[in-house]
Design a binder for this molecule. Structure first.
Ligand SMILES: *Cc1c(COP(=O)(O)O)cnc(C)c1O
Length: 394
């Protein structure tokens, strides 16, 4: 069986976790601080605040920016449901706008018309690691003095070119960027998240909100030579990452450049293999974007020999696991009662895209099996000439 993804963890992560366990400090402590520093340096951000997952990261970001009941946050329905949930749990209303069919990301030409007097923030998603059109989104946001919170759950290591300069996602380009370390993402800590910003006041708030708004942190109290009493400044949350997770995260982050190189090579092999097949559309990457290929999205059009669902079944019959395209929150029971306009491109993308297996330990032989199965479903003769450029073994 070839799975859709497989987290790459080895003895190095085991050692980091076991050292932490034996150190006697297992929850948010020195290893969280180290991971935050390394992550901020990698992303080029002034501050990085580790939290329990990306859903919590989004919620803290919205809270810190002051999003609350009666406010509207403009985002996409075409995302994992956590994006919409984070907005609703702040008491605000998500305003869904449609995506660009080529990139599956927020269509910035629809953004301005969605802004009202109640709009409090704009929340674009860098879907499956492909950066959203930040240059245009940020220009509009600036004109209306609206903060941009980036759902960068999948986008660690992705880059965007703004005014001729390549920038890392998470720098951040907007006010805040939120990342996930779920095993489905490019680096993992089991569960985990990170919030980056360049604003010291926002970072201070994230640190308070994630730990019950406690005025003195555990680590400060622990190392204090005097008796200190903390106070609790506002009703807040517990969104701490453990030191065990952070130790794993630091190891994973060190491996990120190799992971990215591997994912990009595998994606290119898929691109080459499917380029000439009628009815298949490989990812269209704008010249200003460098994705990390958290997922490989293949669009199956009416010109293909079988439907998207039939292709998924035929692959499953051959022992190859796939997933449908990204979900739409507005099509789920949870958001049935939310009033929103027509989102035809989002709906089409959910129903015509298939995500193929892509992970660093996927061998060329396994990838060739996936390619051969897709080619077979296309009714084309199996010819892998275009794909046989070998990936350096990893
Ligand atoms: C995975 C994901 C999330 C949620 O991340 P968790 O760490 O699981 O909370 C949010 N948004 C997007 C776009 C995601 O892909």
């Amino acid at each position: 069986m070839i799975p859709i993804t497989k987290p790459a963890l080895d003895e190095e992560e085991v050692l980091a976790a076991s050292e932490t366990i034996l150190s006697g400090w297992v929850t948010q402590g020195p290893r969280v601080a180290q991971f935050e520093r390394a992550f901020a340096d990698y992303a080029g951000a002034r501050y990085a605040c580790a939290v329990s997952n990306c859903t919590a990261a989004l919620q803290l970001a919205l809270h810190a920016i002051g999003v609350g009941p009666g406010d509207e946050v403009i985002t996409v329905s075409h995302s994992f449901i956590a994006t919409a949930n984070a907005i609703v749990h702040c008491g605000a209303t998500p305003i869904f706008i449609d995506i660009e069919p080529a990139t599956y990301n927020m269509n910035p030409t629809l953004l301005e018309a969605a802004i009202t007097g109640r709009t409090k923030a704009i929340l674009p998603v860098h879907q499956i690691g492909l950066p959203a059109d930040l240059k245009v989104i940020l220009e509009i946001a600036r004109r209306y003095s609206l903060p941009v919170i980036e759902d960068a759950a999948c986008a660690i290591g992705s880059q965007v070119r703004i005014d001729g300069k390549w920038e890392m996602i998470g720098q951040p380009q907007g006010a805040v960027a939120c990342f996930s370390f779920h095993p489905r993402k490019v680096i993992t800590t089991g569960e985990g998240g990170m919030i980056t910003t360049n604003d010291p006041e926002l970072d201070r708030q994230f640190r308070l909100l994630r730990q019950h708004a406690m005025s003195v942190s555990d680590t400060k109290r622990h190392s204090s030579k005097h008796v200190v009493f903390e106070s609790y400044l506002q009703p807040a949350f517990n969104c701490r990452m453990t030191d065990i997770q952070a130790a794993i995260g630091s190891v994973q982050l060190g491996k990120l450049p190799a992971k990215l190189a591997c994912r990009r090579t595998l994606a290119e092999r898929y691109d080459n293999a499917f380029a000439e097949i009628s009815g298949l559309e490989t990812p269209q990457i704008p010249e200003w974007a460098r994705p990390n290929y958290q997922s490989y999205a293949l669009r199956v059009t009416d010109d293909f020999s079988v439907s998207r669902d039939q292709l998924m079944q035929q692959l499953l019959d051959r022992g190859i696991s796939t997933r449908r395209g990204i979900m739409n929150a507005h099509q789920e029971p949870a958001y049935r009662n939310l009033h929103c306009g027509a989102l035809p491109e989002s709906e089409l993308a959910r129903d015509s895209v298939v995500l193929l297996p892509l992970y660093e330990t996927l061998t060329c032989e396994q990838q060739d099996q996936v390619i051969a199965a897709v080619v077979e479903s296309a009714g084309a003769p199996v010819c892998l000439a275009a794909a046989t450029k070998n990936v350096v073994s990893h």
